[in-house]
Write a protein that binds this ligand. Structure first.
Ligand code: GUN
Length: 289
């Protein structure tokens, strides 16, 4: 079966909108998210446009700062300092990738951990690693776990989760989240020996490699839950292009128990979880649980 990320994200946004309304009514605070985008990568601008629209739709304040490609690292650092000190800003997101002359890790480190709604700051990854409460957790990994639970129910205890990919944005944090859910977790990657056999052991298979249609049907255990994080644009025979995931969806669909489609799976959940983190940051700013 198909796991509908679009619908799951919509339901989550409705819940968040109700919480935003309550926060405004009871505490007179309106969560606000500032998104900074440097240069003009068309795909990034599409993502940011969606983020802005959905932030506003659930009643949050959205600030969108567009900077030219020649923006210096120092300029960005001083802007972040200003936003960190601004109490009306609850969440800050710097859209990645940044132009090559800007050191991404320096920028991520300069965002206040309390406003780091991407959850990329070392303070937040450390909290996640330690299983501490109060971490802002990266959005795509949160979305993956919510979608797995959508099919499997709340209790993932004892299931074997195999993650393909070890990035700081998806692979490593999703492995930590699944461990917190009492899964047995294997992180596999490009150097893993016999990857198909490893994947075939998975009750939950998370594909985050960035290679179109990489995971084949004979890599998947019958009945497994497959979460496809990939967003790859490929050319079609008709001379157009289309988006596909890291999983060979059509072939795997008949083998697995459930699978997230691309588009319409993990993608919409990433933005919904960004809004969830922004709400959490706003609540934390007034010491609400
Ligand atoms: N670029 C692609 N995905 C992301 C994301 O989740 N956060 C940020 N900041 N940039 C991205």
């Amino acid at each position: 079966m198909n796991i509908d990320g679009k619908l799951t994200a919509k339901i989550l946004r409705v819940q968040l909108a109700a919480e935003v309304t309550e926060l405004k009514a009871r505490y007179n605070i309106q969560p606000s998210l500032t998104v900074i985008i440097v240069a003009d990568d068309p795909a990034s601008h599409v993502y940011v446009k969606n983020k802005v629209k959905q932030t506003q739709e659930i009643g949050m304040i959205s600030n969108n700062i567009k900077l030219p490609s020649e923006t210096t690292e120092n300029h960005l650092l001083s802007l972040l300092k200003q936003l960190n000190n601004d109490d009306s800003v609850h969440g800050i997101l710097v859209q990645l990738p940044l132009p090559k002359h800007i050191d991404e890790s320096a920028i991520i480190s300069a965002i206040s951990p309390d406003k780091d709604v991407d959850g990329f700051h070392a303070m937040n990854s450390g909290r996640l690693f330690n299983g501490e409460a109060g971490a802002l957790v990266p959005c795509t990994p949160q979305g993956c776990v919510l979608l797995a639970k959508q099919h499997l129910g709340e209790d993932l205890s004892g299931l074997h989760a195999v993650v393909i990919g070890r990035s700081n944005i998806v692979g490593k944090p999703v492995a930590m989240l699944l461990l917190q859910e009492n899964c047995t977790v294997t992180i596999s990657h490009s150097k893993t020996k016999n990857l198909p056999a490893m994947c075939k052991q998975a009750d939950i298979l998370i594909a985050a490699v960035g290679i179109a249609n990489f995971v084949k049907a004979d890599w998947v255990k019958t009945g497994a839950t497959v979460i496809d994080v990939g967003i790859n644009r490929i050319s079609t025979q008709e001379g157009t292009t289309k988006l596909v995931g890291d999983v060979d969806y059509d072939a795997v669909f008949n083998k697995c128990g459930a699978i997230t489609p691309v588009p319409g799976g993990v993608g919409p959940m990433t933005i919904a979880c960004l809004l969830k983190n922004t709400l959490a940051a706003a609540k934390n700013s007034i010491q609400l649980p």
